[in-house]
Design a protein around this ligand. Sequence first.
Ligand SMILES: [Zn+2]
Length: 475
Amino acid sequence: MGPEPREMSPEPVVTSRADRVAVTARWVLTGHRSGTPELVPHGTVVVRDGRIEDVTTAEVADARRIRLPGNSLLLPGFVDVHSHSLNGPLFRGMTEDRSRAGTQSTLVYDVLMPVGDLAATTMTDDEARAVYTASLLRILAGGTTTTVDVFRPRHRAFLDAARDVGIRAYGAPYLATRTVAGVDAHGTPVTRESDGPAQLEHAVQLFREYDEGPGGRIRVMLGPHCTDTCSPAYLAKVLATARDLGTNMTIHVAQSRPELAYLRRHHDCTPVEFLARHGICGPDVVAAHCAFATPDDLAVLASTGTPVACCPATFVHSGRHVSYRTFVDAGVTTGIGTDGHSLTYLEELRVAGTVAKLAAGGPSGVTSADLLRTGTEGSAAVLGRSDLGRIERGARADLVGLTLNDPGLEPVLDPLSTAVWHSAGTGVDLVVVDGAVLVEQGRHTRIDAAAVRRSANAVVERIWETFARASPPPT
Ligand SMILES: [Zn+2]
């Protein structure tokens, strides 16, 4: 039997209520145009066709109304400029207490990479998609509306999960000409060759399959792993390819002492000098971490317009102060990333602020407003996106609504300071991405998050059980 005949109806000519969404909050943070935060009290943001149509204090008709309750704060969605969504569920609780003799060497090469390899080789596509989906749902519910994710295993599973979840995602599959097999007695990485050209070809294929273009929600970047795992010729080829495709690239830079040692031994320079020497810099090269950047390195990053993804929390556990203000003050385009360490962006901002104050030995201009600006407009600039990270007419409609209705937060005398320094990222009530309401009243609107989480947890527990059997602790 064929399908039932359907009555034809003319195309609607009148905007229906469902086409427009109007979100009202006690305070709306629209931006920082004059250098100070601009808060609209009792403001309403009108969203249509994925963009912000208006910001008003007047009544809005012909729209679906969402009124955030009580002490509510509507912010531009956060932009996480460097994450590994798999690392949150995969490594949480398993790395923080490790002794690392003041370096990241044993963490990156003894735990992160082998367990990551195990995950890559033992997860099925469906299992990987479940873990990615669970993680992205949590990231979204933590207020991140754009995430840059650098990932190794199961590339399509990540991109499919991002599509399902509705988050704005820049996926950067790892590329490398060498993989690290461990570290030698001096802490220098021991590497073996890997098939970089085939990986690049695969990434280009992913770009053609998934990338939605400059205004799209899903983008594919190129993600060469690090300065110690990619040859200069390869990096030049990757950057030229990214530019041909019209996308960005991102690379870990100056993230560990073994990397510094490798660059000194083989190239007699710092990682940033290495990139600059080979022309691997510019506004479309997002340098992640730069935790060991020297003052000269900072000057190179600033003068070449190379943006930095600063991830303070991930370095806290190795006792290193990586202050985002160091980069900002040097004139570097600076955004804040979580490195997958925390999936709650406001928690990352609070740590970023605390670390910056400790590093400076004083408050030194580190305010909640500055942190919020860096995590929204600043991070958007790292991606070359002036249409993200602000609430103004024409910008993409990526919004986060917080409610600060908690005995530990009330009375709310200063909503920005309360949100950053005290809320710990709880109270995310609403998340809108590209005009779509993905979290409402704290609940996901599209996906059964509890079911996905159960599947994902089982996968991760199995990977660690396998790792423990293969690498029993010394007796
Ligand atoms: Zn990273």
